[in-house]
Design a protein around this ligand. Sequence first.
Ligand code: PNW
Length: 478
Amino acid sequence: EPPTSEPVTTRFPEGFLWGSATASYQVEGAVTEDGRTPSIWDTFSHTPGKVQDGDTGDVADDHYHRVREDVALMRDLGLRSYRFSVAWPRITPHVTADALGDVEQRGLDFYAGLVDELMAAGIAPAVTLYHWDLPQALEDAGGWTDRRTAERFGEYAAVVARALGDRVRTFITLNEPWCAAYLGYAAGVHAPGRTEPASALAAVHHLNLAHGLAARAVREHAPDAEVAVTLNLGWFRAEDPTSDADVDAARRVDGLQNRVFLGPMLHGEYPSDVLEDTCEVTDWSFVRVGDADVIRQPLDAVGLNYYSPTVVRHWTGVGQKQSADGHGDGASPWVACDDVEFLELPGPRTEMGWSIDPRGMSELLLRLSREAPGVDLYVTENGMAAPDVVGDDGVVHDADRTAYLHDHLAAVLDAVEGGAPVKGYFVWSLLDNFEWAYGYSKRFGVVHVDYETQARTPKDSARWYSRVAAGNELLPTA
Ligand code: PNW
């Protein structure tokens, strides 16, 4: 059984923002419409063997054509915010490493129309500027290993901020740069599918730089909006907290996943232990004088994406190495961590194989509140993949997902109780969608999508979540 904490109060703070989240490539489809050019995910998903069952985002949830219906759905569920991402190749489809190129008005109009629909429905837009769909032309010139990608990203951010900044409450510069860098450039399981550890660290730095440049651009061109970043921080524990070697393993992975972003973004420097741990892989010569000042920008909010806990131990080099991070056979996202083992935890898992432990969510929110005093916090993603259990009534009865959401919302209340300024929660995801390398085989939605008909049907979890949002209070699951 997952450890379920019973919070002191079941009420959320006044004005708590109840939302749901999606990402452009996962839901939009319409990949060749209105001037959009390919992103690295079009290329990757169309490369045989990269995505399960050969699935692509060509159609996805057809959200591009169903925006009105999807906004009405959110309104009917009583959700008060929608976190979506802007597809960069819709906005500047002819960007090159050296020039942003023309702005595609039809792309901007699509997002402006979505924002207007949301506002009319009383739903606050939270816009992610980068959720992994890098224009392919930029990858061809080096992608995130090339600093010009960060420079162009700052210019693109200015375009979006100018166009939407009068109505958008929150701009999120990046979604999960950990995934973009390490899954894309080291493990190769995400686009662009490269397996080059040194490139992954260059990508980390240029994503940090991109964040800083975009944060600055949003501040300038959308002065009334909140500036935020979304990180998937890991909750790492040593298997044996009395073992120095295990504790050191936890320190290393915390450095690679958490502090390599939090350090420069919040404190203006890379942690020296991370630089040392990775010195065999790279000399970090891509970091230039002045970059630290660009990356450390004042932030109004930090978004946490949290799904699962991680327990590590030092690997002695003897026997079969455990790798519960799902990268057992292939290249690892864990650069310079050959001596770290990722343990299979006992207890419940989601359909992704990810262990469930909501304590990580409260711990990470509390950590952020200490490390970033005065900065608001959001849970920008949390949710669970689960197989469909369709009843005779045609409705998905996803009791496991409802329990998962309940226990994680209880963890949010714990964090609030402990002083963390959590201002909102976005369930991942509004809709079943293209789950990256898993294609359509994994369903994260609180609303079911029939991929034949594109019919949307709220699952039990959506009904429950809707009642929680309406009352601003955690409810029992049954
Ligand atoms: C996040 N991992 O992705 C993303 O922001 C979403 O787009 C995605 O659909 C969601 O979580 C569910 O997976 C992740 O391998 C992908 O550790 C992979 C990992 C973590 C997060």
